[in-house]
Design a protein around this ligand. Structure first.
Ligand SMILES: Nc1ncnc2c1ncn2[C@@H]1O[C@H](COP(=O)(O)OP(=O)(O)O)[C@@H](O)[C@H]1O
Ligand SMILES: [Mg+2]
Length: 255
């Protein structure tokens, strides 16, 4: 099961009240897109789902598989099966990709009370995942994210998702400068990893492009810290044609 439920969530960073009552429910196997103009609070929602320490939940709850995780720390959430791309965007000098991947796999196994993975099994799984995500083999011996291009970092994240097979993935497409190859990697990753496994996915994006490659069943639009509109994939087309301006007008008219 992978059921993420967000109830009346209010979030602040310092003095700034960013999220102002967000409700969102993503059930197992569902694929949701969260869209909205820059600065509307999308990344804040992604970060608070993962338990970012700088964000304070002042009201409301985050439930995962029915369990209240509002106060759980990031590691705990990861062990429960939540995954976020851009979770580890930093370069780690001296740690190779292979070493890093093995470490995170083992941390997850340990969390589930399992033994460390054998070198043989690790190699087998890593090779299969690298092939699927088109990460060249020689990356195994490179230092994590050091000198990686935006697209290569993106592939690394999808590679992590493939290896960890989380129950729920939050993909924040913060970097709008991704080239078409990187978008393809994300789309391919979501389509080949998430779909068959029943993973829940929340993909966050400012642009519509990726949503032509992966088809969300539900689309939510965030505006000034609230989800102001929800619908199906047809909403993506509406935004493509009309942009975000009308959303603000609708919200103002309803106020
Ligand atoms: N740590 C923080 N401290 C203060 N303000 C923040 C912090 N994080 C985000 N914000 C502000 O909250 C608003 C929403 O930001 P963000 O969630 O990144 O929006 P989006 O991802 O939709 O572009 C912005 O005005 C941003 O400046
Ligand atoms: Mg953002």
């Amino acid at each position: 099961m992978a059921d993420l439920e967000i109830k009346n969530l209010h979030v602040s960073a310092g003095d700034k009240h960013i999220l102002k009552g967000v409700d969102l429910h993503v059930r197992s196997g569902e694929f949701h897109a969260l869209m909205g103009p820059n600065g509307s609070g999308k990344s804040t929602l992604a970060n608070v789902i993962m338990g970012h320490p700088n964000l304070e939940v002042t009201e409301g709850q985050v439930l995962f598989d029915g369990e209240d995780i509002t106060e759980a720390d990031t590691d705990e959430r990861a062990r429960m099966g939540l995954f976020m791309a851009f979770q580890y965007p930093v370069a780690i000098p001296g740690v190779t990709v292979a070493k890093y991947l093995r470490t995170i796999i083992n941390a997850h196994r340990e969390g589930r009370g399992e033994d460390a993975i054998s070198l043989k099994d690790f190699r087998k799984q890593a090779e299969a995942a690298m092939e699927m995500t088109q990460v060249p083999r020689e990356f195994s011996s490179r230092y994590l994210n050091e000198g990686f291009s935006g697209g290569e970092k993106k592939r690394m994240e999808i590679l992590q998702m493939a290896l960890l097979s989380p129950k729920f993935a939050v993909l924040d497409e913060t970097d709008s400068g991704l080239d078409i190859d990187a978008l393809n990697t994300v789309a391919h990753g979501v389509n080949t990893i998430a779909e068959p496994s029943g993973m829940g996915v929340l993909i966050i994006t400012h642009y519509q492009r990726i949503l032509h490659m992966v088809k969300p069943q539900f689309v939510h639009i965030m505006y000034r810290g609230r989800i102001v509109k929800q619908g199906g994939p047809e909403l993506v087309e509406v935004l493509e044609q009309r942009g975000y301006g009308w959303i603000g007008e609708e919200v103002a008219a309803a106020a």
